[in-house]
Write a protein that binds this ligand. Sequence first.
Ligand code: MN
Length: 267
Amino acid sequence: MEATLLSQFAHALAAHKIRVIDLSQPLEADTPIIQLPPEFGKSAPFHLEEISKYDSRGPAWYWNNFSCGEHTGTHFDAPIHWITGKDYPQNSTDTIAVEKLLAPACVIDVSTEAAGNPDFLLAPQHIRTWEDQYGRIEAGSWVLMRTDWSKRKEAAFLNIRQDGSHVPGPHPELVPFLAKERNVIGWGSEGVGTDAGQAFRFEPPFPCHSVMHGNNRFGLASLTNLDKLPPKGAILVTPPLKIVGGSGSPCRVLALVEASSLAEGDW
Ligand code: MN
């Protein structure tokens, strides 16, 4: 029988010529969640409540109830999350076209810059430098900002000081450039949200939310293992839960990567 595209894909997976990399953080009670000023509504942390565990409550089965905010841990941001994206059709977790939940990724490594500056902002000039080396960002790609921020734990991850959170993110000039001049599908960060910690001071405030969702694009936050991805060539799998009218959801973000593109020692 002639090999179809999908049978070739299945064989490449079985032969480990295509690797699957988990870009998700563990989801548990102490998973960090975004902290907003006290006048705003609060997102609940992840909570797990055991229903039964092979005991009198259920002799042969184990299961839990869980609850959390939609934007908890590694998660997907839908356009309806922001007021600028509220009127697009198919803008919530249940209605986004499923074809959009598989897309290539460009990984911009600024881990060195971020290590020395928690307020580092990725600007159009960094993208141009990256494109000189790896080629133009193709329409429909995710742009993922690798900062290695996901290696931080607890308080150092949120990095809150008296004047707010200090976490790297996109420069306000970068977001319209990516949305309009590169036609990306979305933006992904390792921090607790897609925007920089100080983005409430930017013009516009929270540009990644305001401009990405205002252009019907998506976000991924609290990603990890971006250091395991090649600069170009990975395919992301990013389906949020099918919450009716949902603004986002925790997401098991997976990356498919050709083994030949992985650095020695990653496996
Ligand atoms: Mn979010």
